[in-house]
Design a protein around this ligand. Structure first.
Ligand SMILES: C[S@@+](CC[C@H](N)C(=O)[O-])C[C@H]1O[C@@H](n2cnc3c(N)ncnc32)[C@H](O)[C@@H]1O
Length: 222
């Protein structure tokens, strides 16, 4: 397939380009660096942590929408939660959902260290139940989806009605390592592919997919 004129404009992300673009964002704080190291020591699961430049983007987006209420699905060791909390208005709160006591205990220690623990409510339970129990009022300013991929669609359906007009829904891993692009995608790749098609067809939002890390969709509620 030949490259279109617009495709040619998109710079391939070589190691050199990646290092350069990372260097253009605020570097991680000492607390964030310690969390990155602690998470790295977990081995394989560490790849679930968002990269630092994506953290900067989350903080920025939270500030841009003047976020008071944020809901995150997928806490892990708390890097993205910390980034979101840093973007809150002074009286704002993040509700974050995960099923792992082990990973979220690292998160809780880190939030205390960073001085944001009082702005974060953690629910350790399958996220769908937590979301269904939220009042059906359109008061959420920002949502970040980053948990089990087959759950995204159900989380989306619970959360879109609860986001205020002009609020944002962000979904991570929407390229799923490139698997979501394939018509024969299976498993998580297929789940993400179906989620992406659902978002694209959803007239309640306007959205764009960005090649940030593993792919990030930004959707604004109409
Ligand atoms: C990709 S990680 C989240 C990474 C995190 N946002 C960060 O930047 O460090 C996905 C998380 O989703 C959690 N998870 C998986 N299934 C879940 C479910 N049904 N409900 C809530 N959390 C779930 C996992 O325990 C895991 O910590």
């Amino acid at each position: 397939m030949s490259r279109t004129a617009d495709e040619v404009k998109t710079v391939p992300i070589t190691s050199e380009v990646y290092a350069y673009l990372v260097a253009q964002a605020e570097p991680p704080t000492a607390v964030q660096r310690r969390l990155i190291e602690r998470t790295h020591a977990l081995g394989g699961p560490a790849e679930m942590q968002i990269p630092s430049e994506q953290g900067v983007l989350l903080t920025l987006l939270a500030k841009l929408v003047g976020a008071r209420r944020i809901v995150e699905v997928g806490t892990f060791t708390g890097y993205s939660t910390l980034a979101l909390a840093e973007g809150l208005l002074p009286d704002g709160r993040v509700l974050t959902c995960d099923i792992s006591e082990e990973w979220t205990s690292i998160a809780q220690e880190t939030w205390k260290e960073a001085g944001v623990a009082d702005r974060i409510e953690l629910k350790v339970a399958p996220a769908l139940g937590t979301l269904r129990a939220l009042p059906v009022e359109a008061v959420i300013d920002l949502v970040f989806l980053d948990a089990d991929k087959p759950g995204y669609l159900a989380y989306w359906e619970e959360l879109v009605p609860r986001v205020r007009a002009g609020g944002l829904l962000l979904a991570d891993n929407v390229l799923y390592g490139g698997e979501a692009v394939r018509a024969d995608a299976k498993g998580n790749g297929l789940a993400i592919r179906e989620f992406n098609a659902h978002v694209r067809a959803d007239n309640r939002v306007e959205s764009v997919m960005l090649p940030v890390a593993d792919g990030l969709t930004i959707a604004r509620k109409r």
